[in-house]
Design a protein around this ligand. Sequence first.
Ligand SMILES: [Zn+2]
Length: 112
Amino acid sequence: MKKQLEEMQRYFENKILKGEFELITIDKHVAVITIDGLSFSIWISNGHEYVETYQSDYNTIAIEFNNKEGVYSAIQKAILVHKTKEPCEVCDWNKSKVGIVTCKKCGTICPF
Ligand SMILES: [Zn+2]
């Protein structure tokens, strides 16, 4: 079991390092991402030394990262893309596979 968990952690970490994930929501402290339709919340506050999966309902599994700096910079890159979405007048809500509702156009989280 332990070996399988380790393999899963490396699989998901490598996906993040390659940028093969979708940034769903982000605030100052936590980024929620999806990989293969599975969600993970990652603590991104206080710099790359502190990057870790954050205790929350969105976590599929906890990942112990080997390359925290790489994970941190991959998420920073995704934030830039995320922020370039256009602000919109009327949001177009879209429920993701993991049940988080965000606007397709501006990327905000649905407040309802
Ligand atoms: Zn919107």
